[in-house]
Design a binder for this molecule. Sequence first.
Ligand code: SIN
Length: 326
Amino acid sequence: MTIPRILVLATGGTIAGAAESATRHDYRPGQITIEELLSRVKELGIPAQLTGRQIANIGSEDMSPAIWASLHAACDAAMNDPECDGIIITHGTDTAEETAFLLDLTLSTHKPVVLVGAMRPATAVGYDGLRNFANAMRVASDCEAAGRGVLVVMGDRVFAARDIRKNRTRGTDAFAGFPRDSVGLVTPSALEWFGAPWRSGEPARFPFRQQLPDVPVLYIHSGITPDYADRLITAETRGIVVCGVGEGNMPDSVRQRLVELAKPGLQVVRASRLGEGLVDREPEDDANGFIAARALSPAKARILLQMLIAAGQDDPAAIQCEFDRR
Ligand code: SIN
């Protein structure tokens, strides 16, 4: 049996969190080091060679382009290192889906890349981090995990980066996939994939860039007026994602203001504030010059739009084709 060689890149989050007691609700993410986590993992006796590296130790609300750059560089080097079989990234659950999606767009995943987190801190009774980590090891050791893009393991399920959404603030089953649910089921001793890898041999879709264009998100709510959009847009703004009600809807007055802004070249993407928010193109999107986010959440639609604008794409029809791609 060959022992899988896995690089573990730690960024913090609740999986590395600590509280003053095993039962307290309040705790601080990003408190224990990768060495401490790996020494607890070692006690599980799973055959694997783990090498840890601390990239950051933060709550994932503080994830930044600079940390993304370090993480991307470490993943890229590991992808080209013949001594590495797979990568695990420990991450806070609040923004894990954004980091996973960014890496999914900018890495060629010919080796497994797996993000993992926890909903309960390392000091808590019923800490889910160790089980999730053992599951992540199972996935990162499986050659069939390659060619599925970046994966996220939470609560005995494997999700694709494009689909995963955190949809609960509490509980160990806080994640869902949309429009696909999980792409696999995992325990420390078993792994079942639903279908074959769908991205084998694909190169990275975009080069990684630390500097991305300014693209704010406009949250639509009752009583919103066009000046809310004006307040978000500066001379540097190149696009805006509308976190719309229902199927990406917004009041007429706001739509009119965005039509005026879209004409000189500001890209407008309509997404939905709903957890299962599929937003398809409407006939009026053609006339308005808008783009439909399809199944992407507003946060992920923002990342994809930033990538496309940074790559020099300024044609809404071509941008729409990229949002239509799975
Ligand atoms: C975080 O995202 O860093 C805190 C929440 C979590 O990891 O569950």
